[in-house]
Ligand binder design. Structure first.
Ligand SMILES: Nc1ncnc2c1ncn2[C@@H]1O[C@H](COP(=O)(O)OP(=O)(O)OP(=O)(O)O)[C@@H](O)[C@H]1O
Ligand SMILES: [Mg+2]
Length: 292
C-alpha cells in the first residue's frame, strides 16, 4: 500500500512524492488545497487502486470532503495534480470534465435528493444530464433495475419528503449508480442513520462492489462502517495522510492521534481547549425563578 507514497530527497532539492499514474485508477500527486491562507490539504499523494474500496477517515473539518471533491474535480487544486486512468484531469475545462464525470457516481454528504422530483426523476437526473433519452421505456427499466439493487423497486412515484432517512440514502445510492460508474464516491453515507439502517447501507456498498466491481471511495467517521467495507483505510490529519493500510493495520496503528480517533477518545489538546473556556456556571442553566 505504501509503495506509491515513497518520498525521495535528491541533493537538497524539494521533497518530491513519486506516484506513478499506473499505480492507481485515481491518483493525487502532491495535492495542496488552500482556502485563502488556510491549508486544508498539504502535498497529499495517493494512488487509489481499481476495483477496491478505499475509506478516508479523520476528524470533522480535516479535509475529507475537500479531498473526495478533488477526485472528481469539483474543486481544483491550489497546486499538484489529479489523474484518472493515467490522464491528468484537474486542468480540463468544464466540458471535458463533464465527459469524465460520466464515469463517476457521487453520493453527496447529506444525500441531497431533489425534493421537487420523484424518486424515478431523481434517478433519471444524471442520465438526462449527460444523454438524450429517446427510449423512455428503456429509461424506466434502468430506473427499476437501479431501485431493485437498493431494495426500493415500487417507490418510483414517491417524493423524498415521504421517505425515511435510510430510504433517501438508498435512493441517492441508486442515483449514484445510474450511469454504471467505474468509480463511486460516497461522502458520509451512514451519517444520521441508526445502526441498523447504517449497516443496511454498508451491506449495499459491499453488494454493489461485488456486483458492479467498481472502484469505491468512502469518506466516513463511522469506524464500524470503515472496518466492514474497507480494503484500505486512510486517515487524514492536519492536511496529511498519517495512516494508510488495511483494517488490522489501522486498529494496531501506533500513532496516538489514530488511536484517539478510532477509539473515540478526546485528545489532551481538545480537553485543554475545553478547560480554557472556564468552569460552567450552574446558575447559567437555572430557570428564571431560581436566579439570585
Ligand atoms: N469552499 C470552501 N471555502 C472555504 N473553506 C472551505 C471550503 N470548503 C471547505 N473548507 C474548509 O476546509 C476544511 C475542511 O473541510 P471539509 O468539508 O473537507 O471537512 P470534512 O473532513 O469533510 O469534515 P466533516 O467530517 O465535518 O464533513 C474546513 O476547515 C472547511 O471550513
Ligand atoms: Mg465532510
Amino acid at each position: 500500500m505504501q509503495k506509491a507514497n515513497k518520498k525521495v530527497k535528491k541533493g537538497g532539492e524539494k521533497k518530491v512524492t513519486q506516484v506513478r499514474e499506473n499505480d492507481g485508477l485515481l491518483v493525487l500527486k502532491n495535492l495542496t488545497k488552500k482556502f485563502a491562507e488556510h491549508v486544508v490539504l498539504d502535498e497529499v499523494s495517493l494512488a487509489i487502486e481499481k476495483g477496491k474500496t478505499t475509506v478516508v477517515i479523520g476528524p470533522s473539518g480535516c479535509g475529507k470532503t475537500v479531498l473526495i471533491k478533488h477526485l472528481i474535480v469539483l474543486l481544483r487544486p491550489s497546486s499538484g495534480e489529479v489523474h484518472f486512468k493515467g490522464r491528468r484531469i484537474d486542468d480540463l475545462d468544464v466540458n471535458e470534465l463533464n465527459k469524465i464525470r460520466t464515469h463517476y457516481g457521487f453520493l453527496f454528504q447529506g444525500g441531497a435528493l431533489f425534493d421537487s422530483l420523484s424518486v424515478a426523476e431523481n434517478i433519471m437526473f444524471p442520465i438526462r444530464q449527460h444523454f438524450k433519452i429517446t427510449d423512455w421505456k428503456e429509461a424506466e427499466e434502468v430506473v427499476k433495475g437501479k431501485l431493485a439493487m437498493v431494495g426500493l423497486d415500487g417507490f418510483q412515484n414517491y417524493y423524498p419528503a415521504n421517505l425515511s432517512g435510510g430510504q433517501r440514502k438508498r435512493v441517492a445510492l441508486a442515483r449514484a449508480i445510474a450511469l454504471n460508474p467505474e468509480v463511486i464516491l460516497y461522502d458520509e453515507p451512514t451519517t444520521g442513520l441508526d445502526p441498523i439502517r447504517a449497516d443496511t447501507i454498508n451491506e449495499l456498498i459491499l453488494k454493489l462492489q461485488k456486483e458492479l466491481g467498481e472502484t469505491t471511495v468512502v469518506v466516513t467517521h463511522d469506524m464500524t462502517s470503515a472496518y466492514k467495507i474497507a480494503d484500505r483505510i486512510i486517515m487524514l490529519h492536519k492536511g496529511k495522510i498519517i495512516a494508510d493500510g488495511d483494517a488490522k493495520h489501522i486498529r494496531n496503528h501506533p500513532h496516538p492521534t489514530v488511536q484517539q480517533f478510532i477509539t473515540g477518545q478526546v485528545s489532551e489538546d481538545d480537553l485543554a481547549v475545553l478547560r480554557m473556556g472556564g468552569a460552567i456556571s450552574q446558575t447559567q442553566f437555572l430557570p428564571r425563578d431560581f436566579e439570585e
